[in-house]
Design a protein around this ligand. Sequence first.
Ligand SMILES: [Zn+2]
Length: 317
Amino acid sequence: MGWDLQLGELKEGYGTEDDIWKKLNYFFFDAKTTTTYKYGFFKALLENIYMTTPEGFMSYDHLFYDFTKIYWNLVVHHQLWQSNTKSRRSVIQGILEDAQVKYEVPKDWRFDRLPEAVQQSIVQQVKKNGKRYVIGAFYGDTDGVFYAFHLKDETLQMSLPVVQFLKKYQRLVTNLTNYQLAKFLEKYNEDFTQMLTRVEQVSQRASLEEFRRLLQTNTGDCCFYCGKTTRQTLHVDHFIPWDYVQSDRLWNFVLACPTCNTRKNNRVPAPQHLTALYAQNAKLQQLVRMDYFYAYSEQKLQELYQFATSNGYRVWE
Ligand SMILES: [Zn+2]
């Protein structure tokens, strides 16, 4: 069962936490690994875990945007070899290295710095090959328990118990994925130091300017937390810390003055701020491109808030 499948159905009857842990153990420790695709794709799935429809559907375009961003940062930004043989590059490593040359992108650039049209053209190429080499293989490595998919229709429907599981254990599963990815990369990239740190930062953007612009235009120029205006540049703050969500969604961003931002640090804001964020998002939804709020709901934001605290993030009072 694996990479050449055109479609796969969800295996019924594996919805308990024990079942899912068992499949995850196989995925991480026993399934054959010849490239880093499965780890890159798992990171993209985790980045999109709050981007599922109520029925569990995820968008190929979102998934492969994040997959491409992660892979670009591994291959071009960090120059890391992605397969278990030095004689042959993985197909997607090849696509990205060739794109870097073709578009003359400086090697130290992170993916989000590329012009929008160039990003989209690369994502489409990666998606085409990801459909061929990644979705079916990941499906096989998780024994058909994580999602159903259909390549031709571009559908991927997550198992709802798996979605809940990944939300509940997000911090653990993210760290485990990073650890295994770093371990694999170390084997084939001997000259590199601090592999785990590189891997942990691989989802990060070079810049949050896009979000700053949207917030400043639509919510005004004062601090979300203390309400003061300041001459200093406002920070673009991940309401639920980036360290936890590992993704950048407009509905999780606020503008904060440097004082509040520094005080808040890596904590979750107090509950009254959550209510204020619902209101900010309701307003923004009327004003920005719909895609920024894909699959968003207040209920999801509330769930994210609760899971962040149960995953150990302290509340900033
Ligand atoms: Zn403030």
